[in-house]
Design a protein around this ligand. Structure first.
Ligand code: PFF
Length: 443
C-alpha cells in the first residue's frame, strides 16, 4: 500500500472496483421499479438512449479527469484548473453520496432482513413459505429496518476501514460472474411461467405513447444512478488506478455490464409480475415482493433464494463501499492514517440520516411533499439534481478549461477516432442536454 494514496495493484482491480460501484441496487432494484412505474419498454428505450449517449461519454470523462488529476475530488478541480472555487463540484459529489448512502442503506437493510428470514426457513426446512414473508410488515417495523440498515452500514464501514485494495478486488472476480449466472437462472424460470409473455412484452416493447416527461427525467436520473455519475465517485476510483488503465475499454465494459444486468433484472421480474398478477407499479418494494414467488416455483427454491440474496448483498456492498470511500478519500485527503476515524464518523452520520428515510415507509409515511415520501425526495434530490449538477460542472471544466492536447493524451490510443466526437459531445452537447432536462423538471 502506498503511504498516502491507495492504489489498485492491477488495472483489472480498477475495472472490478468501478464495475462494482456501478452495478448494484440501481440496476437490480431501482431499474425494474422505475420501469414498472414509467412505462416498461418505453422507459427501457429511454434508459438505453441516455446510458449510451449521455452516460458512456460522461463515464469516460470522469475516468479521464481522475487519471489526469490523481487526487481526491475536493481538490482535483483546483489542481487541474488552478481555480479553487471549482472544488465545489467535488463537495457537491460528497453531499450527493452522503444522502445517497443514507437511502441506499434502507434497501441494503431490507436485503439483510430477507437474508435472515430466508435463513430461518432454511434451517427449519420450511421450503414452501417464501411468499409468506410479508414485505409490508417488514418495512413498517421501525426496529427491524433500523437494525437491518445499521448492519448494512456497519459492513460497509468495516470494508472501507480495511482499505481499498484489500477490500473486494479479489472477491468480485467470482461474485460478479456468479451474480450473472444466478440472474440468468431466475430469468429462465420466470420466462417459463404461465402468462410470462405479457410481462416480456411489457418490458421489451417500447410503446411510444407511454413516454412521459417524468419518464424522460427519471430515465436520465436512472442512467446517472446506475453508472455512479456526477458524484465524482468514479473520478476517485480512476485517481487510484495505475497509469496503464484503459479508460475507454473500462467504461464500455461497465456500461455494457450495467445494461445487461438491468435488462436481466427486468426479464426476471416482469414475466413474474404478469404470471402472478402483481402490479408493475408497486414501487420500491417490487423486487422484494415478486422474487420470492419465482423462487418458490424452483426446486431448492429457498436455498437458491438465499444464494441470490448473498450475491445481491455483495453487489449492493461494492456500491455502498464506493459511496463511503468517496467521503473517506475527501476528508482524509488520501492520508490513510485517518481512514478508520473518518470511516466511523461518516458511517454514524449516514446512519442517523438513514433513519427518517426508513421510517418514511412506516411511521413517517404520512409526510408527503415534492415528489413523494422522505425517501422519494432523497432519491430525487440525489439522482435528479445533485448528480446531474455534478456532471454538468465537470463537463464545463473538461470542455472549457482543460487543454485539449492533455485530454487527448489521457484519453489514450484512439484507433476509432473517437476523441473528437467525444470532446464535442462533452463541450457542447451534453451540458445543453443536462441543462434542458434539468430545467424541464421544474416547469
Ligand atoms: N451505481 C450504484 C448502483 O447502481 O447501485 C449507486 C451509486 C454508487 C451511485 C456510487 C453513485 C455512486 F457514487
Amino acid at each position: 500500500m502506498m503511504k498516502n494514496q491507495s492504489q489498485w495493484k492491477t488495472s483489472t482491480g480498477f475495472i472490478l472496483a468501478s464495475a462494482g460501484s456501478a452495478i448494484g441496487l440501481g440496476a437490480m432494484w431501482k431499474f425494474p421499479y422505475m420501469a414498472g412505474v414509467y412505462g416498461g419498454g418505453a422507459f427501457l428505450l429511454l434508459f438505453l438512449i441516455f446510458t449510451l449517449l449521455v452516460g458512456l461519454p460522461l463515464l469516460i470523462m470522469e475516468f479521464t479527469v481522475g487519471k489526469m488529476g490523481r487526487t481526491y475530488t475536493t481538490k482535483i478541480y483546483e489542481k487541474l484548473t488552478a481555480r479553487k472555487w471549482l472544488n465545489i463540484i467535488g463537495w457537491n459529489g460528497n453531499l450527493a453520496v452522503f444522502i445517497l448512502f443514507a437511502f441506499y442503506s434502507v434497501i441494503g437493510g431490507w436485503i439483510i432482513i430477507y437474508l435472515f428470514k430466508v435463513l430461518m426457513q432454511l434451517v427449519t426446512f420450511n421450503d414452501s413459505a417464501l411468499s409468506k414473508i410479508n414485505f409490508d410488515q417488514i418495512i413498517t417495523n421501525p426496529w427491524l429496518t433500523i437494525v437491518g440498515q445499521g448492519i448494512f452500514i456497519l459492513l460497509t464501514m468495516i470494508i472501507v476501514m480495511l482499505g481499498v485494495e484489500q477490500g473486494l478486488e479479489k472477491a468480485s472476480k467470482f461474485m460478479m460472474p456468479l451474480l450473472f449466472i444466478c440472474l440468468i437462472i431466475i430469468v429462465i424460470k420466470s420466462l417459463s411461467l404461465d402468462g410470462a409473455m405479457a410481462g416480456v412484452r411489457y418490458i421489451l416493447e417500447p410503446r411510444l405513447d407511454d413516454i412521459s416527461v417524468k419518464g424522460i427525467l427519471f430515465a436520465l436520473g436512472q442512467s446517472f444512478f446506475t453508472l455512479s455519475l456526477g458524484t465524482t465517485g468514479m473520478i476517485t476510483y480512476a485517481s487510484y488506478a495505475s497509469k496503464e488503465m484503459t479508460i475507454k475499454t473500462s467504461a464500455i465494459s461497465i456500461v455494457i455490464m450495467n445494461i445487461l444486468v438491468s435488462v436481466l433484472a427486468g426479464l426476471a421480474i416482469f414475466p413474474a409480475i404478469s404470471a402472478f398478477g402483481y402490479k408493475p407499479t408497486e414501487g420500491p418494494g417490487l423486487l422484494f415482493k415478486v422474487l420470492p414467488s419465482v423462487f418458490e416455483q424452483m426446486s431448492f427454491g429457498t436455498l437458491s433464494y438465499f444464494v441470490f440474496l448473498i450475491l445481491f448483498l455483495f453487489a449492493a456492498l461494492t456500491s455502498s463501499i464506493s459511496l463511503l470511500e468517496l467521503n473517506v478519500s475527501n476528508f482524509t485527503k488520501n492520508d490513510n492514517t485517518k481512514r478508520k476515524k473518518v470511516a466511523v464518523i461518516g458511517s454514524i452520520l449516514v446512519f442517523l440520516l438513514s433513519i427518517p428515510a426508513t421510517l418514511s415507509f412506516g411511521s413517517l409515511s404520512h409526510i408527503q411533499f415534492g415528489v413523494g415520501s422522505i425517501f422519494d425526495n432523497m432519491d430525487f434530490l440525489v439522482s435528479n439534481i445533485l448528480m446531474p449538477l455534478g456532471a454538468l460542472g465537470t463537463t464545463l471544466v473538461v470542455g472549457h478549461l482543460l487543454k485539449i492536447e492533455e485530454l487527448k493524451a489521457h484519453f489514450g490510443r484512439d484507433k476509432f477516432k473517437l476523441f473528437i466526437p467525444w470532446y464535442l459531445l462533452i463541450k457542447f452537447v451534453l451540458p445543453v442536454v443536462i441543462v434542458v432536462i434539468f430545467i424541464v423538471q421544474f416547469i
